[in-house]
Design a protein around this ligand. Sequence first.
Ligand code: ATP
Length: 511
Amino acid sequence: MTEPNTADLMEKIVSLCKRRGFIFQSSEIYGGLNGFWDYGPLGVELIKNIRDSWWNDMVRSRDDVVGLESSIIMHPKVWEASGHVGGFTDPMVDCKVSKQRFRADQIFYSPVVIDGHTAGYVSVLESERIAEELQEKADQFKRKKALQGKLEPVQPRDFTEAKPEEIPLIPSPATGEPGSLTPPRAFNMMFETHVGALRDESAIAYLRPETAQGMFADFKAILDTGRVKIPFGIAQIGKSFRNEITPRNFIFRSREFEQMEMEYFISDQDDWAKWHRYWIDWCRNWLVSVGVPASHLSEYDHPKEKLAFYSKGTTDIMFRYPFGVQELWGIAARGDYDLSQHARFSGAPLVYFDDATKRRYVPHVIEPAVGVDRIALAILCSAYCEDKAPDEKGNLETRVVLRLAPRIAPIKAAVFPLLKNKPELVKKAKEVRDLLRPHLTVFYDEAGAIGRRYRRQDEAGTPFGVTVDFDTLGEKGAELKDTVTLRDRDSMKQERVKIGELVGMLLEKTR
Ligand code: ATP
């Protein structure tokens, strides 16, 4: 099997997602809204399976993690205490000519140095090849201006590092000309709204930019239920909203997205590094269990000097997306910062009383935080492949197949009567569909040649195809009566299976 690469692959995935009803641009009939996406009939099953798998493994299968669903709009003080009102900002740059906006840390620039003298500047947007692209632009700059002398290697820096005197000299990525970029300014990414009938300052509230603060704000309420003892976690799945300056890369960076976060509270005297490692490993293993290949994953430790003052360590699990290696899952050791802040701002005592030692303390926390959409994209990118399969006439043709892990696949089994115009086949196939339906997501399809029907399910990632043929009806002998062919999506191998054994077999294979 072959895997197309990079930009080509991304284009193919976006087009497959639209064509087959995984993901659409939101409000497309009105021209779309940048940074917002809709999940269609197959997509909604895919993300539901991602959520359910995570919830099952993170909450239901463990004694030490409980669930929560907190409200999206919370008391505005929550976001003061968390630091989001003051500091949840990205550095924004405007291009005054093109009216485009950029994140300053996504514009990279370099002086063009010839024989030790700066002759001008070049700039590019963040990519996998920043240094190479800047070098190419520096070469072009030298040629276009017919400059003589030795061109020195470029020194890439991002726009947040630009000195005030450099800013007017750096070309805008939109126009290629200098002089139109503004200095970076802090842009708060929280969406504001008003609660109640008044529209003044006192009514301002925010759509949550993360789900995590719900777990801190409800820490005491959950402690008071008496179900939990340190170490324990509170997990939540829900929508978050960030007014990203440059939403991009399909569903990788959106303005409305879904998070799966868990706050794991440990003793202030426990070994945080041990727990941090434990959760990094858990997250990596879980990703592999839903079909993300370990070979596409890596870890990035945030350098100590770039961590917030309260943070003990943050490691991101990175995934090799077609557009570059990017953060998929962040695992942060946040000390007692969040609980202490909320205790200070709310006046509520957010402490834990240890019955055994009779000691009262503020627990520390480890936070694995991930986006459902980023996982869905990683899964789709890992699953997409093209291979060769015979068409109706036996000629080899390119087959697009989504090799989704069966537990994540939107449809687990497709049921086909071999021919649509034979009522006995249709009747039996519908019986098989009805037999499977209470146990698995099934799709019944009788339209077109059987090969084409297989191909449609391959593209949808359906791991199993069940075909009812004349043997099923017993036309070729009693021993094959009430058996069907079970086709495996990946190997395309077919085996004969008794209808009575189908449910057990498919449940086992798709668990
Ligand atoms: P980035 O650096 O990519 O903006 P972040 O470090 O701000 O991400 P966190 O605040 O740690 O992200 O959020 C936790 C997780 O939520 C991320 O690892 C990612 O999976 C997901 N996430 C964050 N922002 C977005 C977004 N705009 N669109 C989709 N998913 C997101």
